[in-house]
Design a protein around this ligand. Sequence first.
Ligand code: SF4
Length: 285
Amino acid sequence: MTEYFKPVTPIWCPGCGDFGILASLKKALSDLKIPPHETVVLGGIGCFGHIHNDLAVYGYHALHGRVLPTAMAVKLANPRLTVIAAGGDGDGYAIGGNHFLHALRRNPSIVYIVSNNGTYGLTKGQPSPTAQVGYEGTQETPFEPVLTALSMRSTTFIARGFSGNQVQLQMIFREALQHANSLRGMAFVDVLSPCVTYNDTYAEWRKATVDVNADAGYDVTNRTKAFQTVLGLLEAGKLPTGILYRGSGKSYEEMVLQGKEPMAYQNIQPAANVEMYRKLISRYK
Ligand code: SF4
């Protein structure tokens, strides 16, 4: 199917940060030689939720806020696939907030990329959960997705990139894909991705971003110190980027499958399952 499917040209506004995310993701997939026919990209809702149409891989457009449970189901059915869930901050942190928390808690081996621009670009610029105080009059404290992820003990890979820094973003995506594909759990990547039409933050974010990995003393395996550093930078008006935390723990597939053959590899021929069907039918007699 991927041989016949021709990706379409993105419909984003010229200069949108999502172009940077798409370019970095393509480069990382190609650097790691991940086969397109073994890759599934699931898009949520919002401008960035279109990304699965722009890549020559299997794609799925999920319901609003529901990209994570769908991606988890794909991974459980076939853990050998590269599974990438993608969506905007409105999709993932507002209507999808509950699924975000529980995906972090469950730790499925998928990559979750959120294009975070602090606004609902697709519906003309209303403040999203990550909108800064003052944007369109909002007075609410912004939601901090990386702090939330750091606060959950089951998370195993947390990173933040900036679509204005392609070199760092490509490195983050390569590491995230390797983490998820070695079945070590969920690789969550929040990407600061300016919406040039409604919330053009390129200049501001270029000044505020701080690469934590540039500090040789930053220990990505120490959750407590990572939390303190990230919180300290946020309180100082900075935006921490880079690989913020990497740990180990049980993945969701490991917990659910417990060594059983995943659904995609089970023998579904009727003849091989006659006994099971008989037992099932006998329960309804
Ligand atoms: Fe990008 Fe904003 Fe345009 Fe949407 S509205 S495509 S987020 S610049």
